[in-house]
Design a protein around this ligand. Structure first.
Ligand SMILES: [Zn+2]
Length: 234
């Protein structure tokens, strides 16, 4: 019997100076319309590359798919341990539904999931900085480069829930898309149930605020199915 996987949740105010300056927990940033948004404070801490692959957020999405970054991301944030806002698990849930309706595996590109406020593309607030947006470049055999395909899968995404927003086909960066489907849930932040909130928004010397998230039933079920299958084939 293997131990259920656990993910460590950290209060980013307790991270070191460099990480705090890059992740900017609780700071305000403006979106393209000038509206102020407060950045997330609670992050999953992913210790290693192996852990990133092993930790499943849903049956078909490992946490590794959301932390792929390009060289525009801050150097420190490309090293393990890696950090991603806890709201990513809500995104994974919607992507799992999307995958079911689309009927094919979907590919989130490098730099298509979480982008920190320090990322060179993070000029205005975007949902990518909240971990609640994904850029999907391929669905099954379809490379999403045509207006027809993007419109088709935008419809699929929007049908999932009124909480899902997409970008229309077009060539204006940040407003429209022409080579992927952008799916987001808005500026959602999550306070994991295991966390005790504290109004002190400064590092706590003697009392690091972290917790281990209790993993969900379905997440734990997946490896057990694999074991059963192996046993049957013997
Ligand atoms: Zn996007």
């Amino acid at each position: 019997m293997s131990e259920p996987q656990q993910i460590k949740v950290v209060d980013a105010f307790d991270l070191d100076d460099e990480l705090r300056s890059l992740l900017k927990p609780g700071e305000m940033v403006r979106d393209a319309q000038g509206r102020r948004k407060r950045l997330p404070r609670y992050f999953y801490e992913i210790p290693t590359h192996d852990a990133a692959i092993q930790i499943r957020l849903t049956p078909h999405f490992g946490i590794n798919e959301f932390i792929l970054v390009d060289l525009k991301e801050a150097q420190r944030l490309q090293q393990f341990p890696r950090y991603i806002p806890c709201a990513v698990r809500l995104l994974a849930f919607f992507l799992e539904q999307f995958r079911t309706v689309a009927g094919a595996s979907i590919h989130i590109a490098v730099n298509g999931g979480y982008r920190s406020p320090a990322h060179k593309m993070s000029i205005n607030a975007t949902e990518h900085m909240w971990g609640t947006a994904a850029d999907i470049y391929r669905i099954g055999p379809n490379i999403l480069k045509t207006q027809e395909l993007i419109a088709k899968f935008n419809d699929v995404a929007e049908e999932l829930s009124d909480d899902v927003t997409v970008m229309k086909y077009g060539h204006d960066t940040g407003i429209s898309v022409d080579d992927h489907v952008h799916i987001d849930l808005g500026y959602v932040t999550v306070v994991p149930r295991e966390i005790s909130e504290d109004r002190m928004e400064v590092p706590q010397e003697n009392r690091p605020r972290f917790a281990f998230e209790e993993r969900r039933r379905r997440e734990r079920r997946a490896p057990q199915i694999a074991v059963t299958a192996n046993n049957k084939s013997e």
